[in-house]
Design a protein around this ligand. Sequence first.
Ligand code: HEC
Ligand code: HEC
Length: 448
Amino acid sequence: MSARAVVLVALVACRSSAHTEPEPWSDAWLAREAEAYLGSVGSRRASLEASLVNHGNIYSKQRLASYGKGTSGWDALPEWNPRSRPLDRAALAALAAKQWPELPQARLWDGVRPTDRAGWVALGKRVFFEYPLRAEVGVEHALAPWITNPGVQAAPAGGEGQGVERTREGAAPGLVAFADVDGAKRIGITCAVCHTAVRDGAIVAGAARTHFDLGALRLAYYRDTGAPVDPELAQRMVTWGPGRADVTEDDDEDPVQIPDLWNLRDETHLTQAGTIKHVGPAALALRQETQLLHANALRVRPPRELAWALAMYLYSLEPPPARAVADRGALARGAALFEEHCRSCHTRPDGGGAPVPVGRVGTDPALANGKARGTGMYRVANLVRVAEAAPYLHNGSVPSLEALLSTERLAEGYTGGVRGPGPVRGHAFGTALPAPDRAALITYLASL
Ligand code: HEC
Ligand code: HEC
């Protein structure tokens, strides 16, 4: 570039930055958003109010009552920067030998605020894998029954049948040994226990852990130790099944499938009932901040830098490569059918779209209309790597894309549902198409 051109470019850049906002998602824009979230209680409160879709549900009410109040509410909780150690092979071996693995002296975060995006992402990755949501007795019991049931000589069950997965190197991603808020050593779960999968021995961060069965792990603990459990809660844990958790805070029976975390940046709404309007990165950061302080029983809150870092890491997650589709004819036909029958809702290039009223999609309305997080809507799922995302729909009730596009699943005698026999109603789009068309649609979906 000539010297003159450089001057011109500089002038243009200068002029545009003086008169326009920084480009959304640019480094400058993110830096400005970070400053507002970290530095201004008024800005956090405004993001909260703008991001809650239905101020009348329990999720919103709790946050409106306690978040972003300045000196009271959750702002008054002490910050907790834990000492935590991921369960790698050595730590798991120590636990099996009835010893506590050594914990690091240093706290998770060194207290230095990152200065660029890569720094935030790297810190967020550590939070995702290492910041304990809480101690989890079900996992403690599976890995170290000497903690939960002293005196009984039980061998550790390991939890692998319940989705406590191991990598090729023998680590159990998503699990940590840590010093709890009260100083006691515990085994805890982190984001990664639900939001990573282990495929061919390697971690796929962001993929749903569809085999993780928290209900079964907890029930084994209650069964083996005789610890008291509310029978109704125990019954609900049985029905969660693998890959789902009832993350809501009411008594409704509305467990939700763990979603893949691909392309969050482009989602207009977060969570499957669209409970949170994604007004900007602060909406995701404060979702994570409030999730962590809730999971820790409102005793402490995470340093806000860690919630921001977590959001930056979530935005950085990349799906594994899409499968190559050999049948170009079917692919083209499927793409055309998708435009005709599906694009009206699945509007974005990644297949996602704004929430639609639950009556229009017709799936199980319990979550959408629930007191806990309900909005009356379901979000139109994005379809990134949808071929690997079974089971389908918000409650994980449909086993395959073939089943989703079949009329059999809608009928009385259907026995193929993931959550037990009986019809799986709703989202009947495409089910009436001739078989070759449905196959072409599936070919197209597999390319996304
Ligand atoms: C016990 C399993 C579990 C753990 C642990 C967990 N999640 Fe989730 N996560 C879920 C489920 C289930 C949903 C679906 C909630 C819904 O749609 O209502 C979800 C939804 C989400 C979403 C919304 C995704 C979307 O598409 O809108 C994000 C973001 C997320 N989790 C991030 C995290 C982070 C970060 C952590 C750690 C602080 C975490 N989760 C811990 C199970 C879990
Ligand atoms: C009226 C709007 C609408 C139309 C039309 C529509 N969808 Fe959907 N789709 C949704 C909504 C909403 C969901 C989430 C529903 C739920 O979870 O209960 C969804 C979910 C899905 C899922 C499940 C994704 C997952 O990860 O669980 C697939 C696959 C899908 N749609 C494909 C299609 C195809 C293929 C067509 C066209 C034949 C289509 N959709 C037409 C609104 C629509």
